[in-house]
Design a protein around this ligand. Structure first.
Ligand code: HQG
Length: 181
């Protein structure tokens, strides 16, 4: 990991899970004050300024962060564990979505469905390849195919984050199918 990657990991911790870590707070929509964030990060001994922050936001491989229009505020687009409302857009999902997980979680998932665990939502991907990558973060990857359109027809809302991640509160086991190979 280079210096920017390490900073990005820290920013995602602060903006999604632990604003305290930089001595800041988020508003109800998940926004942090950019000046406070920069100051807070510098106070932890890390070095950042507006130019570096803009570069991190611009080049982030998953486009995890957004500025507001005048760039005085910044927030993570999804992935939070702290209770914020990032004004997600409800949207009808494609026929199927995919969730990557590790094989050791399968038994529990097939018994009780997908739960958001420490986050606010279950995260789903539009393509299998992305799901495999997400699963690999936890161990030997397994991909679950989610009957998202059917869930939606049955009244369960789906949201699409600014950076293209599909979110829903939970997925009952009846909508899940383990993919082979
Ligand atoms: C599993 C990354 C047992 C679930 C990624 C997952 C994603 C269960 C783990 C985003 C379960 C939670 C989120 C149940 C769910 N029993 N295990 N009933 N229900 N699980 O990290 O989806 O790089 O909170 O399968 O790309 O892995 O951070 O969620 O394995 O988009 O931007 O519990 O994080 O994005 O793990 O990843 P996580 P996730 P970033």
């Amino acid at each position: 990991m280079d210096k920017f990657d390490r900073l990005s990991v820290f920013i995602s911790l602060v903006l999604r899970h632990q604003p305290d870590a930089a001595g800041i707070t988020l508003d109800e929509h998940g926004w942090a004050d950019v000046e406070e964030l920069i100051h807070g990060i510098n106070c932890t001994g890390r070095e950042i300024n507006m130019t570096i922050l803009e570069e991190i936001v611009r080049t982030d491989n998953k486009q995890r962060y957004s500025f507001n229009e005048d760039k005085r505020l910044i927030r993570a687009n999804q992935g939070h564990s702290v209770l914020v409302d990032v004004e997600l857009k409800e949207q009808a999902p494609p026929e199927f979505l995919y969730h990557g997980t590790a094989d050791r979680f399968l038994k529990s998932i097939m018994a009780e469905g997908l739960r958001p665990m420490s986050r606010l939502y279950v995260h789903l991907a539009e393509d299998i390849e992305t799901a495999v990558k997400v699963g690999r973060r936890h161990g030997r990857p397994v991909v679950l195919k989610v009957s998202s359109a059917r869930m939606n027809r049955e009244g369960i809302p789906f949201y699409l984050s600014e950076n293209g991640v599909w979110l829903t509160k939970k997925v009952d086991a009846e909508y899940l199918e383990e993919m082979n190979g």
